[in-house]
Ligand binder design. Sequence first.
Ligand SMILES: C[S@@+](CC[C@H](N)C(=O)[O-])C[C@H]1O[C@@H](n2cnc3c(N)ncnc32)[C@H](O)[C@@H]1O
Length: 512
Amino acid sequence: MEEEARREDHHLDSFLAWAAELGVTDSPCNSMSQQNSNRCLGNSLVVSHFPDAGGRGLGAARDLRKGELVLRVPKAALFTTIRLLGDDPKLSSAVNGHPSLSPTQRLGVCLLHEMGKGRDSWWWPYLKQLPRGYDTLATFSEFEKQALQVDDAVWTAEKAILKAKMEWRQAKLVMEQLQFKPKFRSFGAWTWVCATISSRTMHVSWDEAGTLCPVGDFFNYAAPGEESSGLDGGCHTSESFLEDGLLANGIASDQLTTKGLNSHLDSFVDAGFEDHLAAYCFYARRDYKKGEQVLLAYGTYTNLDLLEHYGFLLAKNLNEKAFIPLEPGILSLTSWPQDSIYLHADGKPSFALLSALRFYVSSPQQRRSILHLVYSGSQLSEDNEINASRLLSKKCHEVLQSLPTTTEEDDLLLSVIERIQDMNCPVEVGKLLCSFRGEISAFLDGHKDLPAAHDKIVEFLLSSRAKSSLGKWKLAVQWRRGYKQIIADCICFCTEVIEGFSHQNEVNIPEP
Ligand SMILES: C[S@@+](CC[C@H](N)C(=O)[O-])C[C@H]1O[C@@H](n2cnc3c(N)ncnc32)[C@H](O)[C@@H]1O
């Protein structure tokens, strides 16, 4: 174990030295300090481990101020399709010979081609830093997918898997033509490459697939808007650094100082490629104390989005939404787009959902005259509000009853999964297996090739294959647990609304 950690540290040091040679730096523009250093970090950022927020990430090497430029990754260090094809005429002619490939497929083929070169690749120090496995939905097995329980989520996973399979079949032709070794043209390799691209690329204007950005891709995620509830309260970030660069917002490089940026913070984006500096630039979204993790807002995502594209979810996600099945009658009466009809993270119905319910429970004779009130979000009457809340509560109860496990069962399951994940002693795993056979049986049934003997099952539960699957199973259970919590909170919200009206009526009853 120690030997492995030492090896990883050594690889990281070599990578940071390699990046420094390419001009990657966390020093201010025009600073000479980096010239004496064989590492690209240390002035503003350090690589650290944040077990509860993304694992490896970048911490503040000193106190940082909101808007400070904290990292520059020059174009020469960006892993893009154009660069890779430009460096390799054979690769270029093969990839360009398949014009139907999407930008992501093209980048995927380039990345697998480079991986296939192993140590001979110029990019090897960087490639060694990429994760070996991912937990994105496209990598979920049938069992892990079904563990999501909610139809919408299972379907999202199914679509992600089907998309990866389709893209792989198309890309396989060019990978065969380039004589990739079987390991690098397998479906497993393709899901790895898709997850790498989906979770690590950054937006550039010249390629829809984006760019891999060495060192820049060490930043972990915090949802946009969180910084305003943190230290400073005033910074509005735009949607995502995947979307827009600072210069796209019209800021010239000579303004790239904290002071210059502050006047532009209303349209603040924490990262983007800047033509003037020919570099990908990263900015502090808020003030940071030395040692704190410096985070980026990759975009505004629900937990299912995060799981699909990045393979993780947030315990507290203000952008979380829960969609509940509603009969077509409710949906067809309004013109709200379907994706605006959901429950917020705190269980309250979205504006569109509440309006749709108010309209649905109103009498057909009334509907024409109240339409403008419905669209403006007004309450229509006490009865209407109570009926809308009753209907929503009923729908939520139906959803919870239709799911195979309760939140309490999910909590127990999560604690069992965590205990197995933490164990490395066969005797302890054996005991846990005896105590929680019921909970674990679905997981074991999901691994069809497993021998029935107790000691073989224990051996399997301690294997890296089981650990990877346990990690995905846990994510699926955490996701459905969060979904059920929102539904339960919505039931409480509806009860409060209904009780609020009866309480008002009691107060208003005139004295006899
Ligand atoms: C761009 S990379 C960030 C660096 C990554 N931790 C690494 O070691 O290379 C994005 C990945 O980091 C992890 N990650 C980022 N932010 C996270 C967070 N807030 N919580 C958990 N995992 C996170 C996810 O695995 C995600 O796919």
